[in-house]
Design a protein around this ligand. Structure first.
Ligand code: G1P
Length: 309
């Protein structure tokens, strides 16, 4: 059960790794970070920062790399643009431009070399210090109405240790994710994680519960990461460090719990899922849906027939 020390340590910081090369979206990502690709009219990364802020995490650390400077510009003021909009009295756009610079306290650390997600998280050690913190991966967007991150913070306050978000996937999809072996708790949406495997070979996943990119990590993860050897893909894996913590007692930073998530999650990490996400977000926008949905219906009526025809 809850350790006193854990219940009093608030989670206030979010770490967002954004150093990936984005090779799946070349040539668009040749000089633009994949995190800056728009979902309708906002870059994907802004939704992630908004999610962190709405869970009370106003201190955001991005782990960046080369060619990521436009992310910094996006979360900074843009004086010339703001002035031009002010002169035109274009207040709506002025507000839209200022919004991202006022969202959170955004900090940056560079990863230097691409040694994996675990290494990226370790780059945040000095900024995070000795506090539990959230990790949000930019390829996964969580529906704005969901309260997953808040629930994960609550679970950390109750049980201590670390918390991961788990989503049930089809067995043939499991090898694309980190997968968890789990044991039920008294709460229907919370499980104890007994083992973790990063991208298990097809047919060897311990369950259908896959890690989606949301974590609350105990600061003990940093010491474990320092000792974690390269794993899957020759990279230092966060999943491997959490596996170690899942097997540890509270003195060593354990346990690890999972929150079972059954809500809206959007993948933006590959082209098909990215397209789906853009369409779903557009259909959910009151200012666009009225015009976009009838067009989409017509388009599908014309093109959505049996492909063998
Ligand atoms: C990362 C993690 C993996 C997790 C996934 C969720 O993998 O390593 O455990 O399931 O994110 O999106 P990536 O997709 O970055 O290869």
């Amino acid at each position: 059960m809850a350790d006193e020390q854990h219940t009093v340590t608030q989670v206030t910081k979010a770490v967002i790794p954004v150093a990936g090369l984005g090779t799946r979206f070349l040539p668009a990502t040749k000089s633009t970070p994949k995190e800056m690709l728009p979902i309708v009219d906002k870059p994907a990364i802004q939704y992630v920062v908004e999610e962190a802020v709405s869970a009370g995490l106003g201190d955001v650390l991005m782990i960046t790399g080369r060619n990521k400077r436009s992310i910094e510009d996006h979360f900074d003021r843009a004086y010339e643009l703001e002035e031009a909009l002010r002169v035109k009295d274009d207040i709506d756009r002025l507000n839209a431009v200022r919004e991202s610079s006022e969202l959170a306290q955004v900090h940056y650390v560079r990863q230097g070399e691409p040694r994996g997600l675990g290494h990226a998280v370790l780059c945040g050690a000095a900024h995070v210090g000795d506090e539990p913190f959230a990790v949000l991966l930019g390829d996964d967007l969580i529906g704005a109405r969901e309260t997953l991150l808040k629930r994960m913070i609550e679970v950390r306050q109750t049980y201590g240790g670390s918390v991961i978000a788990l989503m049930e996937v089809a067995p043939e999809q499991a090898s694309l994710y980190g997968c968890a072996a789990i044991r039920p708790t008294d709460e229907s949406d919370v499980v104890t994680v007994t083992d973790l495997v990063e991208k298990p070979p097809v047919g060897q996943a311990p369950s259908r519960w896959a890690i989606i990119g949301r974590y609350i990590c105990d600061p003990a993860v940093f010491d474990v990461l320092r000792k974690t050897p390269p794993g899957r893909g020759g990279e230092i894996q966060l999943t491997d460090a959490l596996r170690e913590l899942a097997r540890s007692g509270p003195e060593q930073g354990g346990p690890v719990h999972g929150v079972l998530f059954r809500g809206q999650r959007y993948d933006t990490g590959n082209k098909i899922d990215y397209l789906r996400t853009v369409v779903e977000f557009a259909c959910d926008r009151p200012d666009l849906a009225e015009e976009f949905l009838p067009w989409l219906r017509d388009f599908l009526a014309e093109h959505g027939t049996d492909s063998t025809e």
